[in-house]
Design a protein around this ligand. Structure first.
Ligand SMILES: CC(C)(COP(=O)(O)OP(=O)(O)OC[C@H]1O[C@@H](n2cnc3c(N)ncnc32)[C@H](O)[C@@H]1OP(=O)(O)O)[C@@H](O)C(=O)NCCC(=O)NCCS
Length: 211
């Protein structure tokens, strides 16, 4: 684990290694009505460690350890900025005061260059205020506007009512079910798979009608 964390990608120029923001040139800061989404910072570590150390969050996502320590949070921020955890990982923050609320991300599909996968989580005190839907809308809009992709996929645990609702409010359509590994659960969990294709997104551009 430590070896992997300290490994330097030799394909990157020295400038890229010194300026992690260069790696995010295709992951612009995203603004929405109430949110700013930007690269995770060191200043997020305390809030990240506090909010992520919650089984109700960790057991709904695939790669969050539980318990979650300040060291896990520091590793996450460092690895994110080094481009080791996907390219487009965002901290979701409140526009009015910069408060860290959670994270969202877009990941390339392993075998399909036409597809990205969206993921998100919010700290429990911030649930049910529409933040995840607002963040997902901004991320999806950015992805379809700036990338030559045909689909965005989303997966949630079959028991995850809130995430399924977010997925529905973004216009995704059910594709099937399967199993995904979960670090916090220590095994596989049953999930539902949803997909939003570009044509559907274009016809839903007026997101307000979906809320
Ligand atoms: C899933 C999650 C991101 C949703 O965040 P959020 O900001 O609360 O989501 P939103 O407020 O945008 O939407 C939640 C929707 O679910 C609904 N909902 C939440 N709990 C519900 C429940 N128990 N029964 C029915 N509906 C529920 C809310 O009412 C809302 O729908 P509405 O706008 O139609 O009223 C958040 O709960 C979370 O981080 N959970 C843990 C991690 C996780 O599940 N991540 C997603 C992995 S796929």
């Amino acid at each position: 684990m430590q070896i992997e964390l300290s490994r330097v990608d030799p394909s990157r120029s020295p400038q890229d290694r010194l300026r992690p923001d260069r790696l995010r040139s295709d992951c612009p800061v995203l603004l929405s009505q109430r949110l700013v989404m930007r690269a995770p910072h060191e200043e997020d570590i305390d809030a990240l460690a506090h909010l992520a150390n919650n089984a109700a969050v960790a057991t709904m996502v695939s790669r969050m350890p539980h318990p979650y320590t300040a060291r896990d949070a520091a590793d996450f921020v460092r690895r994110t900025n080094a481009g080791e955890i996907g390219k487009c990982v965002y901290a979701i923050t409140k526009a009015e005061n910069g408060e860290f609320l959670g994270c969202c991300a877009l990941e390339p599909h392993v075998n399909d260059a036409d597809t990205l996968e969206i993921g998100y989580w919010l700290g429990e005190p911030h649930w049910n205020r529409g933040y995840a839907t607002e963040a997902a809308h901004a991320l999806i809009d950015m992805a379809f506007r700036t990338r030559d992709i045909a689909h965005i996929d989303a997966r949630c645990r079959v028991t995850n009512i809130a995430s399924r609702r977010v997925i529905q409010k973004c216009g995704f359509q059910f594709q099937g079910s399967g199993m995904v590994g979960s670090l916090a659960m220590g095994g596989m969990m049953p999930v539902e798979w949803f997909r939003l294709d570009r044509k559907t997104w274009m016809s839903l551009k007026s997101w307000g009608e979906m809320r």
